[in-house]
Ligand binder design. Structure first.
Ligand code: MG
Ligand code: MG
Ligand code: MG
Length: 307
């Protein structure tokens, strides 16, 4: 039995966790008994809500990776967002919906990418293509990821296909998309248990352009003002992170899931990049970004272009 490790990105979100679990299910149904899902960090509150709701156990944490280990990457391809040592593993498959960057293999591989809102939308098509039935639990965690990644279809990353697939899955999972969707997103806005240091790490990604290290974190909220009450403390945590990790510009997107806007806290010696990118000035280390909810589509590309 060949061991295959399946995992998403560091600081895992609902898509990374559930896509790993769902790919394990699919691979096993295709006869790859040795397939196993892992996570590269603690699950967040939103993911915890989804897994509890559908009574699914979270994957084990992957602590390290051996040379030549067979892996399937889901919901990422950039090595900067993967496990340390990934360059020495044998990547046999990638299922992803991000820009390709910081990725290189020595062996041929199966690479499936689509510009859709969620990895699960792509995996859904794999089930269809292989004529494999999706059960209620699997459908439930898949649709949770689509809701999460598309902010209940409001993100500009959301496509027709995501909406269609989510509706199909919602039927199998026996949920009402809007009711369950709002409950799920709200579960992710509960930041009360987190220190500022933890909060800026819940959903955080690094990209590099022109030798500029750009870190963008995102938290969802139903009330931006609530999060800003701790601005001072958050800034301290960000500045510590910047020092420790050699970051040139750090952007924390505080995303209002009700009104689909973000307030950004921006720090770092290259914070001028954000001013150039968005054509606005940073005031009190902050910038309001109207209609911005997608890091992938509305923040990273424009920052990288201006770096
Ligand atoms: Mg993700
Ligand atoms: Mg995703
Ligand atoms: Mg996300």
């Amino acid at each position: 039995m060949e061991k295959i490790m399946i995992f998403g990105h560091k600081n895992p979100d609902t898509d990374s966790i559930t896509s790993s679990l769902v790919m394990e299910n699919l691979e096993k149904k295709l006869g790859n008994e040795g397939a196993r899902a892992y996570k590269l960090g603690e699950i967040n509150k939103e993911t915890e809500f989804a897994l509890n709701y559908f009574n699914v156990t979270e994957p084990e944490t992957l602590e390290g990776i051996e040379e030549k280990a067979k892996v399937i990457l889901v919901d990422h391809n950039d090595f900067a967002q993967s496990i340390e040592g990934i360059e020495k593993a044998e990547i046999i498959k990638v299922i992803d919906h991000h820009a390709v960057g910081g990725f290189k293999t020595t062996s041929p591989l199966y690479y499936l990418a689509e510009p859709v809102g969620c990895t699960e939308t792509i995996i859904y098509e794999l089930y269809k293509k292989n004529n494999i039935e999706i059960d209620k639990k699997i459908a439930g965690i898949m649709v949770s990821a689509i809701i999460s990644d598309t902010l209940l279809f409001k993100s500009p990353t959301c496509t027709e296909k995501d909406v269609q697939v989510a509706n199909e899955l919602a039927k199998i999972a026996e949920i009402n998309l809007n009711t369950y969707g709002m409950e799920l997103l709200k579960a992710g806005t509960n930041l009360s248990d987190f220190t500022s240091e933890e909060m800026i790490n819940i959903d955080s990604k690094l990209s590099t352009a022109n030798n500029v290290n750009i870190q963008v974190s995102q938290v969802n909220t139903a009330c931006i003002e609530d999060v800003l009450k701790k601005q001072c403390e958050i800034e301290q945590a960000i500045n510590d992170f910047i020092d420790k990790n050699n970051i040139d510009i750090f952007v924390l997107l505080i995303t209002d899931i009700i009104n689909s806007n973000s307030e950004a806290i921006i720090l770092g010696k290259r914070s001028d990049i954000a001013e150039k990118a968005f054509g606005k000035t940073i005031d009190n280390n902050r910038m309001f970004l109207e209609g911005v909810v997608s890091r992938k589509k509305q923040v990273f590309p424009i920052l990288m272009e201006n770096a």
